[in-house]
Design a protein around this ligand. Structure first.
Ligand SMILES: [Zn+2]
Length: 615
């Protein structure tokens, strides 16, 4: 029976492999007119452009289309062929990170990270590829099981399955972050202050096209023969060559929209350069200066830690994507325009699938640069958007006179946080959320290497008046008004009568005898109740109200929200005040020193005047 199952699995595996078999051509051609690149990029998968030399991949259909152009070409050995792909069967077997893991070793290594560091690492399996392999992320943070108000930073590698350097560097970065936490201050700072998502291999079907036990014969494309980095929808909704959306792409899109990563890098090979947006159009990104600075920081660090000649392609190691060559359907632009994160593409090695023995060199070259890139995610504006009750709010954040419709960012509903990375300077920030007027915060200063906290609160809490009423008559006033002040009268328990100097209300009287129908905050009232109670009022503060007084005794409300001394409360008329009374107590006898919310007072003034309470 066991043998039968084994055979069945074997047959199934063979069937899967043959279903996923396709030719993948790698070739070079010369192009005198670079303006043809954009159209060719819709036909084949351009890998890189060196002057007039174009390197490209094609599946069988793409190859047919390319042949129809009549361009002369040179077929090249496939870059995925790697005679020196020394393989390791376990993490222990990886030794000095100078070998490649088998697929099974990779999977168990990932789950071992989480098992060894349960407080720092969890594994997210975002789903199964066309070929039945898994796309795994190691999520690394202190309190990793909780969602904290921290930027979410993401590295993903080897989306082109034959570009294997990033794969190993990412496994080693996970290991280093976890092992160094608590002892290395730089690593601890990152783990404490960010949520770091690392996906070492975004296209395992491509990497293990030659079988799970080798990375030689790796392919660029996924198992259906499509370039995953040309498979994302563009801002206009179209897709490269009308290719069907691939499983791997839709998994990444779902994750990206759910997690809204703030800073991302997509690691590739075949060149040595940091490529920043946009790729799909020649217009510069509004944050071009910021993108250039973070790209330059990466390239400079990599150059400083390597022999001369490393990571210095194009503009000494950085390039605007479209300026190099326009591509559509790539992940970098999608993350920028759709998920409103910031993403660059980092090409780590001229040799796509290098000798395993060279992998430690690439680590040495890039270790500082990789940490430095993550640290960029800790800077900029760290915002939180809430309402007055402390509920987080989803909002759209625009930098005025700066953003366009592809670059505004959003705060997430879960905790109201947003992160807006910007070059040093002073910015006016507009925050828009449903149900409130927009808020504009002016002159928000962003400095190099620092975070700028920004808390934005929509709405104001209602003012509250807790008014105790004794059985019998009470001298009261209302410094808090509900939306409908008439509601105050009906909310007084045990009410026998309420009156001011001109009108009165008694609940058992017929309505034509009741002349008092609502509450005017400029008046004080007498309220008679049959039993003690507390009247609870919520609403807006009664403020900015002028209270005209006649010479002699006047019955006045008290409108400030807190208790104040008589001198301060009646400051606007204090020169005319001869006495103040509350029940039997008087100011002249020093029985009243403070005035209190909810009370009605008799004041004696020696001339006509106008009372304005301090605000
Ligand atoms: Zn690539």
């Amino acid at each position: 029976m066991k043998k039968l199952i084994t055979i069945a699995i074997l047959v199934l595996t063979l069937a899967l492999l043959s279903a996923g078999e396709f030719n993948e051509y790698y070739f070079r051609f010369e192009l005198k007119d670079r303006s043809l690149l954009t159209n060719l990029g819709q036909m084949i998968s351009i890998d890189k452009v060196e002057g007039f030399q174009v390197y490209a991949y094609a599946n069988d259909n793409e190859w047919k289309a390319f042949l129809n152009t009549g361009l002369s070409y040179q077929l090249l050995p496939h870059p995925g062929i790697n005679p020196n792909a020394i393989m390791a069967n376990s993490k222990a077997d990886m030794r000095a990170w100078d070998s490649y893991p088998t697929y099974e070793a990779y999977i168990s290594m990932m789950y071992d990270f989480a098992q060894d560091y349960p407080n720092l690492c969890r594994i997210v399996d975002v789903g199964t590829t066309v070929g039945g392999r898994n796309i795994l992320f190691a999520v690394i943070s202190d309190n990793v099981q909780q969602r904290e108000a921290e930027p979410r930073l993401m590295y993903t590698a080897t989306m082109h399955g034959d570009e294997t350097v990033g794969y190993i560097l990412m496994l080693r970065l996970i290991d280093t972050l976890l092992a160094g936490y608590g002892t290395d201050p730089r690593l601890s700072n990152l783990v404490n202050n960010a949520e770091i998502w690392i996906n070492p291999n975004a296209n395992p079907d491509g990497t293990y096209y030659g079988g799970n036990s080798t990375v030689s014969n790796a392919r660029r494309y996924n198992q259906n023969g499509y370039d995953l980095n040309r498979n994302f929808p563009d801002p206009n909704g179209s897709q490269y060559s009308g290719q069907p959306l691939q499983t791997e792409t839709s998994l990444m899109m779902a994750l990206g929209m759910q997690e809204r990563f703030h800073l991302v890098a997509n690691l590739h090979g075949g060149a040595e350069v940091v490529n920043y947006p946009w790729d799909h159009k020649y217009d510069l990104h509004v944050d071009d200066a910021w993108y250039q600075s973070i790209s330059r920081a990466f390239a400079t660090s990599a150059q400083n830690n390597s022999p001369s000649g490393y990571l210095d392609d194009l503009n000494n190691g950085i390039t605007n994507g479209a300026e190099w060559y326009v591509t559509t359907g790539n992940r970098q632009d999608w993350t920028n325009y759709a998920a409103r994160g910031r993403e660059v593409t980092i090409e780590l090695s001229n040799t796509k699938n290098p000798d395993a023995s060279t992998l430690p060199d690439y680590w040495t070259y890039n270790y500082d640069a990789l940490l430095g890139y993550l640290e960029q995610g800790l800077y900029g504006i760290h915002g939180i958007v809430k309402d007055a009750w402390n509920n987080p709010l989803p909002a759209t954040i625009s930098v005025l006179n700066h953003d366009d419709n592809l670059t505004t960012v959003e705060s997430i509903a879960a905790n109201g946080t947003f992160y807006r990375y910007l070059s040093p300077g002073s910015y006016d920030i507009k925050i828009a959320t449903n149900g409130y007027d927009d808020i504009i915060v002016e002159d928000v200063v962003v400095s190099t290497g620092l975070a700028t906290p920004l808390e934005v609160i929509f709405g104001t809490l209602p003012e509250v008046l807790e008014l105790p009423l004794a059985a019998g008559w009470n001298q009261v006033s209302f410094n808090v008004l509900p939306e409908n002040p008439a509601d105050i009268i009906s909310s007084i328990s045990n009410l026998i009568q309420i009156k001011d100097m001109n009108s009165s209300y008694n609940p058992i009287m017929a309505s034509q005898f009741n002349t008092l129908n609502t509450i005017n905050p400029a008046n004080a009232y007498y309220v008679k109740v049959s039993a003690p109670s507390v009247l609870h009022l919520e609403g807006t503060a009664a403020q900015g109200i002028d209270i005209p007084l006649k010479q002699g005794w006047n019955y006045i409300p008290y409108l400030p929200q807190e208790s104040l001394s008589v001198q301060i409360a009646l400051g606007s008329i204090i020169n005319y005040v001869q006495d103040l009374r509350l029940g039997n107590l008087s100011w002249s006898a020093s029985e009243i020193t403070q005035m209190q919310p909810g009370k009605g007072y008799w004041v004696l003034v020696d001339q006509d005047c106008q009372l304005n309470y301090p605000e």
